[in-house]
Design a protein around this ligand. Structure first.
Ligand code: ZN
Length: 420
């Protein structure tokens, strides 16, 4: 008779402690050993797992037309390896994490009609403007889009000019004088000594808006025929588009933490693809398609993912109740590191219960990545990529890359935790 899962976990715990003593550097992101039936003691890996992100970028390259292939194919290893750079950056910058998700449930019910689909509008609606008075007191001038309704175009122009540039430089100060017209309108006589803003959009993720912006940047890089920048942006975009296809990247219950399903994030997007993608998924997704309105299209991907959240959670919960308990979690040894993972049969049962959802979303992601790259290239006027020089990596970039890896190995995520 097989041992109970608790006995197994206890034994693994002992092995784990032993290994810790031998190789402490490998356990910067410690395993959790939970003790309740519904929680999964899974060794969390970053989103879509490194495996799936790399596959998505690699396979996207292989669908491109010859005019693009001439440049992308020789760089396929770069695009594959760097598919996970955005996850690495989450260890280096607090601004990185929100680009990987959006908690749509924070904005009411689908299809979230009040949530602005354009980046400036959304940021404007969720940004508060503060002033510092001569006395040193700080006062809230207006909250979110309050002023926007009255001033409309003027406020948007001011916002785009004065706030957006600072936002990208991670600078929360504002030019107090530039607020004067608005203050007079509000009947405030006193000139503020200083002003600053606080935005609340990033707290809940900026995934689709970030993609809109990157699409414009990639198009511009093609226009400039800047081979280095094309590669960097294409690789990064492949990552974020992959994330947009993962249901749990669109909800605040991103790791099942609100429904006692801790660990489901890695189960869905890392464990299942690692076990089954190469051996059974149909990777043939056809040619990329030109997308007329990429800004709306990124939203579609995210909203489609969001519709699947219920199934992702419900099927796992049901299966945890019905599947033999001692066959749910199995030991897994990789690179000398022992952890426990959902067992193969259990993962297969979850995959079947969702009727192949993971495969469908991965295929959709591959097709979306190649279509985004293709669309940027077309919009840039189909530049001749065969005559571009080889991308040159500067010394500065090389150092930055080393630093990224160092931060990642040290393993402290800035911003939201690693499950997302
Ligand atoms: Zn990500």
């Amino acid at each position: 008779m097989s041992r109970s899962i608790f006995a197994r976990l206890a034994a693994l715990g002992l092995i784990f402690i032993g290994l810790c003593a031998l190789k402490p550097q490998r356990f910067s992101k410690p395993l959790r050993f939970e003790t309740t039936n519904h929680q999964s003691p899974i060794n969390q890996s970053p989103d879509w797992g490194f495996f799936a992100h790399k596959r998505i970028n690699r396979l996207a390259v292989l669908t491109l037309p010859p005019e693009m292939m001439v440049f992308f194919k020789p760089n396929i290893d770069y695009l594959t390896d760097h598919a996970v750079d955005p996850d690495m950056r989450r260890y280096a910058s607090k601004n990185e994490a929100p680009r990987h998700y959006i908690d749509l449930d924070n904005y009411g019910a689908p299809p979230y009609p009040d949530l602005p689909r354009q980046w400036v509008d959304a940021l404007m609606a969720h940004t508060d403007i503060w002033a510092v008075k001569a006395s040193g007191d700080t006062v809230l001038l207006w909250r979110g889009g309050g002023l926007q309704e009255v001033w409309q175009r003027d406020y948007k122009n001011w916002f785009s000019k004065h706030l957006m540039s600072r936002f990208y430089q991670d600078d929360e100060t504002l030019d107090a004088d530039s607020l004067q017209n608005f203050l007079e309108f509000m009947g405030r006589k006193e000139r503020p000594q200083a002003a600053f803003y606080r935005e609340h959009l990033s707290e809940h993720g900026v995934l689709p808006w970030n993609l809109q912006r990157m699409q414009r940047q990639l198009t511009e890089a093609f226009r400039q025929r800047d081979s280095r920048r094309i590669l960097k942006l294409a690789g990064d975009m492949g990552h974020y588009i992959g994330d947009a296809h993962v249901p749990l990247h669109t909800t605040s219950n991103y790791n099942g933490q609100k429904t006692e399903q801790h660990g489901i994030h890695g189960f869905w997007e890392s464990r299942i693809p690692e076990l089954f993608a190469d051996e059974s998924y149909d990777y043939f997704v056809g040619k990329p398609e030109y997308v007329e309105r990429t800004d709306e299209w990124f939203w579609q991907s995210v909203l489609e993912s969001n519709k699947l959240v219920d199934s992702v959670l419900t099927f796992e919960k049901r299966l945890r109740r019905t599947f033999p308990l001692d066959r749910q979690m199995c030991p897994d040894m990789r690179s000398g590191v022992m952890s426990v993972m959902p067992c193969r049969d259990f993962a297969a049962a979850y995959q079947d219960a969702m009727n192949g959802m993971v495969e469908r979303r991965m295929r959709a992601a591959i097709h979306a990545v190649s279509s985004a790259w293709y669309t940027a290239w077309i919009d840039a006027g189909e530049p001749d990529l065969s005559k571009m020089g080889a991308p040159v990596i500067s010394e500065e970039e090389r150092k930055e890359e080393q630093q990224l890896r160092k931060n990642f190995e040290q393993g402290k995520i800035l911003g939201r935790a690693e499950e997302h």
